[in-house]
Structure formats: C-alpha cells, structure tokens
Design a protein. Sequence first.
Length: 71
Amino acid sequence: MEKVKITINNNGSIRIEGEVELYDGSGNKFELGDKKIFSLCRCGLSNKKPFCDGSHKGNFVHECQAWDLTK
C-alpha cells in the first residue's frame, strides 16, 4: 500500500494525495469516487465543508511549518 501524502498549505487548505476513506463524525462515509487528490477546508469559510472551495483566498492567514512530534 502506498503512503498517503498530506500537505498543510500556507494560508490555505489541507491537500490529501492518495487513496483514502473519509468519514464524518457519525461514521458516514464520503463518496469520493475515483478522486485521489482533494483538499480539506482549514479556514472554516468553505461552503462545501469539509472540502475546500477556495473561500480562504485573501481571508485566511496561517503559515505552517513542520516540527518534530517526537520531542
């Protein structure tokens, strides 16, 4: 199984690349079809939550830098 790549975009969404299953808080599965690349909303402004619709552009500022969780 290939690893899934998750990228936290600066001032934007969370990009998911790879084959995943996505569920809501009640355990209902989102039907993604054959999509293997999509973005999740991180700003809370999307009209298609949990998916990103680009509403963050110019309205959300957050620079994300990786750090070591093992420390």
